[in-house]
Structures are given as structure tokens and as C-alpha cells.
Design a protein around this ligand. Structure first.
Ligand SMILES: NC(=O)c1ccc[n+]([C@@H]2O[C@H](COP(=O)([O-])OP(=O)(O)OC[C@H]3O[C@@H](n4cnc5c(N)ncnc54)[C@H](O)[C@@H]3O)[C@@H](O)[C@H]2O)c1
Length: 443
């Protein structure tokens, strides 16, 4: 099949590349000429494990190309995916301007029947707006399909090619067959496509993200209570996760959720409620709890150093919103570093992939960057951990200790065992567990 994917970000680039790998001819379109130029030379502008190799293989096979020319792409494709951003607008709703602008341009350039698939995350009801935007520009027939994406950054290729489910919202049985063919290469073991009406497909995406965010905020609330009562949230997590009705996934307390999806999607979900006069109490509380959690972790570190803040240097491991990605959008680490710098602290930062993006985002002389995580520790007064990159899990603790001025760790991801850390001689602060120091390890 001949397809176009408009928007070559985390979602569009992975989807386009994987569809090409499934044997289709895919044209990826982006308005960012520099990005398109890089892609044309086989360079992937984002960090996503495994993507570069598949991309270059399919370019070589002549199945994958990149352009800024939407008109040409639309003329040569039967199916057009819209995968542009839907950022948070000032009022908390999803900003649909890019999606609707692309829809209008597709309408303008189509010269016959087309299937227009919305892959961007869009609020319930958007399929009607997309259809109206296309219709305003064309007299040719078309179908609009809602196909929200559930991939996780850092595992996006795997998620796309081995999805838990593919959600497709359409009322037209003829379109069902075409979409089924398109996703067939990723359904080898068993069919995991869920067809539904477009509004339900749009709602499914928001409901999924709102529920996942709820789990995170709920566990953060449990962790905060554990801290105050001397309980250990890690054992509580195992205790509740073992219940098959609850399960272990997504029950990790930490520094609050971030990234390019949860914050804006939770906000848009609340906003869609307001649009119809319905107060989404749970989701609004999830959002509030998350704001509190994000500030609380950084606040605790600032309070710890108190008057000494202006002469304190912190080493920070992890700058993206989670491990295995370079994406710093709404990353808790970025907000926290801003708070540290405001208090006069110096920051020595390390992240395996996100340093260029963090550097651009923070643009601060008080933050220096180190390719080697151990170098970042030199003469720092504490190590602060924000993400769970595998290489942070089992560092050379002796080396960590010898480089810090005092062996103090603030771990926002509960990567280590408190008693083990105490035995190693660390003062170890984590989330929802007792703070331990060397004396605790001696007992
Ligand atoms: N990032 C994720 O993990 C993820 C997962 C699931 C769903 N989503 C959703 O997918 C959508 C895209 O997210 P993303 O993270 O890939 O975004 P992104 O910001 O990484 O990429 C968007 C791309 O679209 C391009 N673009 C914007 N307007 C355009 C236009 N008019 N014409 C052509 N190109 C245009 C931008 O230049 C950019 O390259 C969002 O709605 C997001 O919520 C993202």
C-alpha cells in the first residue's frame, strides 16, 4: 500500500518506518526542513532504540522516503496518517491547530478517494472536526479513521510491532478491511485489533493515559503516607500488586509523572469534561497530586541544604522524563533543576541521551554537563537521581562515594535498597521509605 505519515516526531517516525518494514511504500512528511534533511541522509533526530537500523534498511529498499512536500505525498498515497503534535493550549485543552491544518491541506491536495487516519492524541469528537476541515477543501470522497497510538518512548519500535492492541475507530466496513491489511504484519500471533466507533477510539486513548496517571499519583500518595508513618512503600507496592485484580504494572512511586503525553493528556481530559459541564473529579485530583509531588522532591532537597544552598553543588543523574529516552518535555528533572538554580545551587548533570535537549531547555550557566556519570559527581555535595536508566541501577558505589564531598544520595526512583546503602556508608533518601544513614547499617 502507498501511505503518507505527516509529522516525523516520536510517533510518526516510528509508525512510518515500521509500516515501511511491513512492505508498504511510505512517505514521511514534516514541515521542519532541517529534520527532513537529516532523515534523508539516514540520521534519526531522536533517540529510539532500534529505529535507525530499520529506517536505513527501508530507505535502501526504496520503501521509505522523507519530504516537506505534503501535496506530492497526498497525491501518491491512498492512506494518510496525521501524527503531528497536540500540545496543551493555555486553557488546558488540546491544541488541535496542527492536526486541523494538516487535515485541511490533505483535503486541498487530494485528487480522489483517501483514508485520513488520526494518529495524534485528540479529544473525543475531533474526528468530526477533522472531517469538516477536509470537507471544506475538497469534493472528493474520504473516510476519517481514529487510530490512537499507545507506544512508549524507549520501547516504541517494540510496542508498534508487537502491540498489546491496535484501536481503530471507523464506521465504514470497507475501511476496516484496509486497516486490517495494514496492521496484519504486526498481528502474526493473534489478531489484537479492536474496531470501534471513532468517538470511542478517541476516548480510549485519553481514558488509558488518565488511568495510568491515576496509578502513578495514587502510589505517590501512598508513598507520602508511608513516609509519615514509617512504613515502606516498596513492600506495600508488592503487597498490593500481588492482588491479581490490581497487578504490578505502573505502581512505582517517584518524582511525579512528566513527558510529552501524560501531563497534557490528563489536562485535556479534564478540559473535555468542562466542555460538557461535567467535573472530572478524580482526574483533576490526579493532576493536582502530580504537581505537588514534582515540587515536593526538589523542595525536600532544597530544605535539606537550607542556608547552605547557595554554596551547594548537586550531581544529577537523569534529565529526560524517564530512562531510555532523550525527551525532556515536562521532565520532572528539568523543573527541579530550575528550582535548584533559583536557590543559587550549581548542578553537574549527566544523562546517557538527553543532555543536548536539556542543555537547550535549561540554557543556564549554573548547569554543566558530563558524558561520564562519575565525572558529574566530582566535589558535588549530593547525588540526585531522577530517572531509572539501567546503568544507574548498579553503579560502582565506592566510586560514587569517593567523588562526593559527603556520601548523600536523593533517589527519586527508589533504585536501591535502603539498608544496603546504609551498610555502604551512604545517607540515602528515597520516596516513601525511611531515610537511612551509616548508623542504621551498623545495626
Ligand atoms: N511521544 C509519545 O510517546 C506518544 C505516544 C502516543 C501518542 N502520542 C501522540 O502523538 C502525537 C505526536 O507526538 P510526538 O511525540 O510524535 O510529537 P513530536 O513533537 O515529536 O512530533 C511532531 C512532528 O510534527 C511536525 N509537524 C507539526 N506541524 C506540522 C505540519 N503542519 N505539517 C507537517 N509536520 C508538522 C513537527 O515538526 C514534528 O516533527 C501527539 O498527539 C502525542 O500526544 C505521542
Amino acid at each position: 500500500m502507498r501511505l503518507s505519515v505527516v509529522g516525523t516526531g516520536y510517533v510518526g517516525l516510528v509508525a512510518g518506518t515500521c509500516f515501511a518494514d511491513g512492505g508498504n511504500h511510505v512517505t514521511c512528511v514534516d514541515k521542519d526542513a532541517a529534520k527532513v534533511d537529516a532523515l534523508k541522509s539516514g540520521n534519526v533526530p531522536i533517540y529510539e532504540p532500534g529505529l535507525g537500523e530499520i529506517l536505513r534498511r527501508n530507505m535502501k529498499a526504496g520503501r521509505l522516503s522523507f519530504t516537506t512536500d505534503l501535496a506530492d505525498a497526498v497525491a501518491n498515497s491512498i492512506v494518510i496518517f496525521i501524527a503531528v503534535g497536540t500540545p496543551e493550549a493555555d486553557d488546558g485543552s488540546a491544541d488541535l491547530s496542527a492536526v486541523l491544518s494538516v487535515a485541511g491541506q490533505v483535503g486541498k491536495h487530494m485528487d480522489g478517494y483517501r483514508i485520513i487516519v488520526t494518529k495524534s492524541t485528540v479529544p473525543v469528537g475531533t474526528h468530526k472536526k477533522v472531517a469538516a476541515a477536509v470537507k471544506a477543501e475538497t469534493h472528493h470522497p474520504f473516510d476519517v479513521v481514529s487510530n490512537p497510538e499507545f507506544m512508549k518512548e524507549g520501547a516504541a519500535v517494540d510496542d508498534f510491532t508487537r502491540p498489546d492492541r491496535v484501536v481503530l475507530g471507523t464506521d465504514n466496513p470497507a475501511v476496516v478491511e484496509i486497516m486490517r491489511q495494514l496492521y496484519a504484519p504486526f498481528m502474526r500471533k493473534r489478531d489484537r485489533i479492536l474496531f470501534m466507533d471513532p468517538a470511542s477510539a478517541e476516548m480510549t486513548k485519553y481514558a488509558a493515559n488518565a488511568l495510568l496517571a491515576t496509578k502513578v499519583s495514587f502510589m505517590n500518595e501512598v508513598a507520602n503516607l508511608c513516609e509519615r508513618y514509617g512504613a515502606d512503600v516498596e513492600t506495600v507496592r508488592l503487597g498490593i500488586g500481588s492482588d491479581s485484580r490490581i497487578g504490578h504494572a505502573f505502581l512505582f512511586p517517584g518524582v511525579g509523572y512528566g513527558g510529552s503525553c501524560f501531563p497534557k493528556d490528563v489536562s485535556a481530559f479534564v478540559s473535555t469534561g468542562k466542555d460538557v459541564g461535567y467535573e472530572t473529579c478524580i482526574t483533576a485530583a490526579v493532576q493536582e497530586t502530580n504537581h505537588r509531588q514534582r515540587r515536593a522532591f526538589a523542595g525536600r532537597i532544597i530544605d535539606y541544604f537550607g542556608e547552605r544552598a547557595a554554596t551547594t553543588t548537586l550531581a544529577v543523574w537523569g534529565l529526560a522524563f524517564k530512562g531510555r529516552t532523550d525527551d525532556v518535555r515536562e521532565a520532572p528533572a528539568i523543573d527541579a533543576i530550575r528550582m535548584f538554580v533559583e536557590r543559587g545551587m550549581k548542578v553537574r548533570a549527566h544523562d546517557p541521551e538527553a543532555m543536548p535537549n536539556a542543555h537547550r531547555e535549561l540554557a543556564s550557566d549554573a548547569v554543566s554537563y558530563f558524558d561520564d556519570g562519575y565525572e558529574a559527581l566530582a566535589d558535588a555535595d549530593a547525588l540526585v537521581i531522577f530517572t531509572d536508566w539501567p546503568e544507574f541501577r548498579t553503579p560502582d558505589f565506592e566510586s560514587v562515594k569517593s567523588r562526593l564531598t559527603k556520601p548523600i544520595i536523593f533517589d527519586g526512583r527508589n533504585l536501591y535498597e535502603p539498608l544496603f546503602m546504609a551498610r555502604l556508608g551512604f545517607e540515602y533518601h528515597s520516596v516513601g521509605r525511611k531515610t537511612v544513614s551509616q548508623e542504621a547499617g551498623d545495626h
